[in-house]
Structure formats: structure tokens, C-alpha cells
Design a protein around this ligand. Structure first.
Ligand code: SAM
Length: 261
């Protein structure tokens, strides 16, 4: 069991990584961190911080582990159908060059899925997705765009055959025409400035790890980042409580439209 002060650990992690563990749900995060520390046969937070300070590999493992990078193409396909049938037509009626942000994009499955979907309706030259994540390593992985086929199970088959090439061992390489439409950047939702003038923000399966206070701060900033009538698309378990108080109209399950408050 890890015995020393978690408070002190959070401070030292912040100094080292700029990740603010205070904004993440404590019980869940602490359980994960303790398990990692024990797996490395250490028994204090202090010893673990000393170890990540000097061991780059362990540091990278810690950041990746903290940030929980699971993703997949067209995650929750039913919601992508709503996006295609109900949301996109409204956005594309207003602009043929929509400004879209995939926030906490992990391995890139989400922004690349957005490009594929948009390419059915507008030319590649009009598609630019801003895709951000706190984890630099995962962004490098996203840029390389190599995927095991199990992460494509929700993707419409026509996209799979059109945009992926098998390179053996169940690994698929995504085509350059899709890759070129995504602009990957490192960004911390808790402290970095947000882009503005957005027509659509896709932010799924990350706020679930944050405290209520941190979540509310993020939703308020998303509201500011959207154009009027712009849409926020959230994850399966991330419905906003009292969205109207923040200025969001919950007009479809998992989709919120910016109203002016
Ligand atoms: C479970 S993945 C979600 C990926 C994708 N949005 C999806 O739904 O499939 C969560 C991602 O959130 C990122 N993340 C965690 N804390 C973050 C923060 N403070 N700012 C930005 N991204 C963060 C992690 O690095 C991870 O890649």
C-alpha cells in the first residue's frame, strides 16, 4: 500500500508535468496511480516522483497511464448517425468550411472519423479539424495514423475500404488525404486558451474524469468558443446537468446547442 501524502504528490506532479490532479476525481485517479506505483514495486509517492524525474520511460508511461487514451473510430455509432443526419446538415447549411475542434482526441480516431464523415458532403480542401490532447506522446501516435483493425469496428465499411491500407498483422495505415485535414496540437483543457468561432466541438470521454467544478469550467469555456447555434457533442456518459444555466440547449441526447444567455 502507498502510504505517504497524496497532497504533496499532487503538487510535485504539477511542478513536473503541469498536470493538475486536483481537477480529476480523486478516488478514481488515486486508485489508478497507486496500482501503477505498486506495479513498479515502490511504496511511496515520494519514491515514485523521484523515479519519474530521472527515468524518461517511466515518466512517459505515467503520463499515458494518467490520461487514459482509449478511443476508437465512430465510437458509439448511433451518435455518429445523429451527427450525420441531424447536426451536420444544419452546420453545412450555414458554412461549407465548418470550424471543428476535437478536444481530447487521443489516438486520432475521433478527428479522423470526422474528416471521413465530412468528406461525404464537402471537398477535402474545405476540411480542417483542430485536434488537441494533453498527451504529447499520444499525439505523435495519432499523427502516425496506424491502427489495429479492432479500433475500426464501428466505422462504416465504405470508409474502411476507401481510406485504409493493410500493412499486415491486423495493422492498417490511414491515407494521407484524411491525415492532411487534421491539425494536431497539444492542449490542456484545464489551463490553455480555447480556440474560438467554432461550429462544432466534439469532446467525448474525458470530462468524466474531472471534478464537477472542473467540468463546469470547461463547459463554460466551450460555450464561449462556439458561434451562436454552434454544437457541442459529448460522450455517452457525460450529459450536462442543467445545461440551460450555462447557455446550452440540450436539443438532442448528447448534443447541446449554444443559445445566447
Ligand atoms: C478516453 S480518451 C478520449 C478519446 C476520444 N475523445 C474518444 O472519445 O474516443 C481521453 C483523452 O483525454 C486526454 N486528456 C486527459 N486530461 C486532459 C486534459 N486536461 N486536457 C486535454 N486532454 C486531456 C487524455 O490524454 C486522453 O487522450
Amino acid at each position: 500500500m502507498v502510504t505517504d501524502s497524496y497532497e504533496e504528490f499532487k503538487k510535485r506532479v504539477f511542478t513536473l508535468t503541469k498536470i493538475d490532479l486536483n481537477a480529476y476525481k480523486e478516488q478514481q485517479m488515486r486508485r489508478r496511480i497507486d496500482a501503477l506505483i505498486e506495479r513498479h514495486k515502490l511504496n511511496t509517492y515520494a519514491a515514485f516522483v523521484d523515479a519519474i524525474r530521472t527515468n524518461k520511460e517511466l515518466y512517459d508511461e505515467f503520463v499515458s497511464y494518467l490520461t487514459i487514451n482509449v478511443s476508437e473510430f465512430y465510437r458509439n455509432p448511433d451518435q455518429w448517425k445523429i451527427l450525420e443526419n441531424d447536426i451536420l446538415p444544419q452546420i453545412l447549411a450555414k458554412t461549407k468550411r465548418p470550424k471543428i475542434w476535437s478536444a481530447a482526441c487521443s489516438t486520432g480516431d475521433e478527428p479522423y472519423s470526422l474528416v471521413m464523415l465530412l468528406s461525404k458532403y464537402i471537398p477535402f480542401a474545405n476540411i480542417k479539424i483542430i485536434a488537441t490532447d494533453i498527451d504529447k506522446q499520444i499525439l505523435n501516435q495519432a499523427k502516425s495514423a496506424l491502427y489495429n483493425e479492432k479500433f475500426l469496428k464501428g466505422l462504416p465499411p465504405e470508409f474502411k475500404s476507401k481510406y485504409f491500407t493493410s500493412i499486415g498483422d491486423g495493422t492498417l495505415q490511414l491515407s494521407d488525404e484524411i491525415k492532411k485535414c487534421v491539425d494536431f496540437r497539444q492542449h490542456d483543457l484545464l489551463k490553455d486558451p480555447y480556440p474560438s468561432g467554432l461550429d462544432l466541438i466534439v469532446c467525448r470521454n474525458v470530462v468524466i474524469y474531472f471534478t464537477e467544478e472542473a467540468k463546469e469550467g470547461i463547459y463554460k469555456k466551450f460555450h464561449q468558443s462556439l458561434v451562436k447555434d454552434g454544437v457541442l457533442f459529448v460522450g455517452n456518459t457525460e450529459q450536462i446537468i442543467k445545461p440551460r444555466n450555462i447557455g446550452f440547449d440540450p436539443f438532442k441526447t448528447f448534443f447541446y446547442r449554444r443559445m445566447d444567455i
